[in-house]
Design a protein around this ligand. Structure first.
Ligand code: HEM
Length: 105
């Protein structure tokens, strides 16, 4: 099945304890995620990212986001994101489509 941003919005409910995604939204336990797709890792100047995440090269393209959401601690050992990950590939594709729909990239 192709990625469905509306279904991804449902998956994103697992993220809202720590993340906002509205434009200019506040950082919480995690950084605001508006427009994050395509950006470098740890791009917000007003969020205290881990060195672990900031030291991963590259940008948040689909493959990077898919790997991150599969296992944050394997993608960036030492990350502050204490979230086990999403084991279901369709859920990951849908939530990345949702992230991609929130903000211009
Ligand atoms: C970082 C997505 C769940 C806490 C990030 C980043 C993304 C992301 C894309 C990197 C942002 C950037 O580089 O600017 C998601 C998604 C989630 C989720 C899609 C749900 C499927 C959570 C949860 C928590 C959390 C539940 C809290 C328990 C954090 C923290 C960071 C982070 C603390 C910063 C990591 C670091 O600096 O090492 N998240 N997240 N996230 N997230 Fe999440």
């Amino acid at each position: 099945a192709s990625a469905d941003p509306a279904k991804g919005a449902e998956v994103f409910k697992k993220c809202t304890a720590c993340h906002t995604i509205n434009q200019g939204g506040a950082n919480g336990i995690g950084p605001n995620l508006y427009g994050v797709v395509g950006k470098p890792h740890g791009h917000l100047p007003n969020f205290a990212y881990s060195d672990a995440l900031k030291s991963v090269p590259g940008n948040w393209d689909f493959d990077a986001m898919d790997a991150w959401l599969t296992s944050p601690r394997k993608y960036a050992p030492g990350t502050k994101m204490t979230f086990a990950g999403l084991g279901n590939a369709q859920d990951r594709a849908n939530v990345v489509a949702y992230l991609n729909s929130q903000g211009s990239n």
